[in-house]
Design a binder for this molecule. Structure first.
Ligand code: NAD
Length: 363
């Protein structure tokens, strides 16, 4: 199925790549009804509260293994999810997964700047990889991840759950079908007041940046999937008012993008206050958008003609994993490939450069 999020040119590029480069997994094809085995790598908040529960509901996937550096977590996950000892790994033993046919996919859910090392280990062990957002902390590391998966002939997907979310898909439809005419301007922002000052999200070496990398990537994604285009130019400004908490990463950031055809976009990401979680797209004859736009549940929005946007509330993680499992089973490309994550990291690096230099950056 063609993703409404992807431009026609990119879709054709990825489909050709898949047909030419990816093997059919004979073992899977021979066992109808077999669920794709996922190993979760990094058992923190997201794995515990969202991904593992979603795997219990999944139609096409199951929790088959874990990778953790904490023996106590290995014991409690083993007990809770009945995971056999042979499918419990730490970050140094991941190569041994090569001998474990129960694991088809490794889902990397570690701090941002540690994604590449686990993705590359998983690919070298012959596993497909789903990697959380943002893909990594630099364009170079994203490219290394793509290269490792390509060399291993395995798929790499980025955890962009909103590509499977009905309300976001409806907004993409409104934009692409020009229901209100051609897009002219997009306004998007996401943020929250961050707590614990010692957490990795405030440590540049582990996070790669501040709220732009963590939550701004959702607003950037919205700009790209609504327009279906790549920005040509970026300008940006960032601020820090709490210099103790935000000594390593930005506190808040705003950015502007110029897209082909003169579409403009204004973005915002913050770790300083709650309440911003939305986008609005303005077109020639009206506007539409979501608020909240990026949460796990309860997304809804409105259109300027008075109609509500309120489609079925789904488990986005289940949808994302089930889609990836089907891509593997049917040997077709994911709609959220590593190349898509790399594009965002490239633009975010340009946003940081523009904020640092005060100059617009051409992409
Ligand atoms: P978390 O801090 O709760 O969990 C991180 C895990 O990584 C922990 O289990 C920790 O033990 C492990 N880890 C391994 N090496 C570490 C190190 N050197 N320092 C710190 N932790 C280390 O974080 P989280 O909220 O689960 O986020 C993990 C990833 O998931 C991040 O990339 C984040 O951006 C992403 N995420 C995505 C969504 C989404 O909606 N898709 C939501 C939250 C987080």
């Amino acid at each position: 199925m063609k993703s409404p999020f992807v431009s026609r040119r990119d879709f054709l590029k990825t489909s050709t790549l898949a047909v030419a480069g990816l093997p059919l997994l004979g073992a899977l094809a021979a066992e109808p009804g077999r669920k794709i085995g996922f190993a979760l790598c990094g058992l923190g908040s997201l794995s515990t509260h969202q991904i593992a529960p979603a795997l219990q509901q999944s139609q096409f996937c199951r929790l088959a293994g874990i990778v953790t550096g904490t023996p106590a977590k290995a014991a409690s996950w083993k007990a809770q999810y009945n995971i056999p000892d042979r499918s419990i790994y730490n970050y140094d033993t991941m190569a041994q997964m090569a001998d474990n046919p129960d694991i088809d996919v490794v889902y990397v859910v570690t701090p941002n700047a540690l994604h590449a090392e686990s993705v590359i280990k998983a690919a070298k062990a012959g596993k497909h990889v789903l990697c959380e957002k943002p893909m990594e902390a630099s364009v170079e590391k994203c490219q290394q991840m793509i290269d490792a998966c390509r060399a291993a002939k395995r798929q790499l997907a980025v955890g962009y759950r909103l590509h499977f979310e009905p309300n976001n898909l409806e907004c993409v439809r409104l934009a692409r079908e020009k229901v209100f005419g051609g897009l002219k301007f997009i306004e998007a922002g996401f943020g929250f007041a961050i707590g614990d000052p010692k957490q990795w999200r405030l440590n540049r070496a582990l996070a790669g940046g501040g709220p732009l990398m963590d939550v701004g990537v959702y607003a950037l994604q919205a700009m790209r999937y609504l327009t279906g285009a790549e920005p040509l130019q970026v300008s940006a400004t960032q601020t820090v008012t709490d210099e103790i908490k935000f000594h390593d990463v930005e506190e808040s950031i705003v950015w502007q993008l110029k897209f082909p055809g003169g579409i403009l976009a204004n973005g915002m990401a913050t770790y300083r206050f709650n309440g911003i979680n939305r986008y609005t797209a303005y077109a020639e004859r009206g506007s539409f958008g979501l608020e909240p736009a990026y949460s796990y549940h309860g997304l809804h929005g409105k259109r300027s003609d008075g109609e509500a946007i309120q489609l079925t509330d789904i488990d986005q993680f289940q949808a994302e994993m089930d889609d990836f499992a089907q891509c593997i089973l049917e040997n077709r490309p994911t709609r959220v490939p590593g190349e898509e994550g790399l594009r965002d990291v490239k633009i975010m690096m340009a946003i940081y450069e523009a904020a640092r230099t005060g100059q617009a950056v051409n992409l």
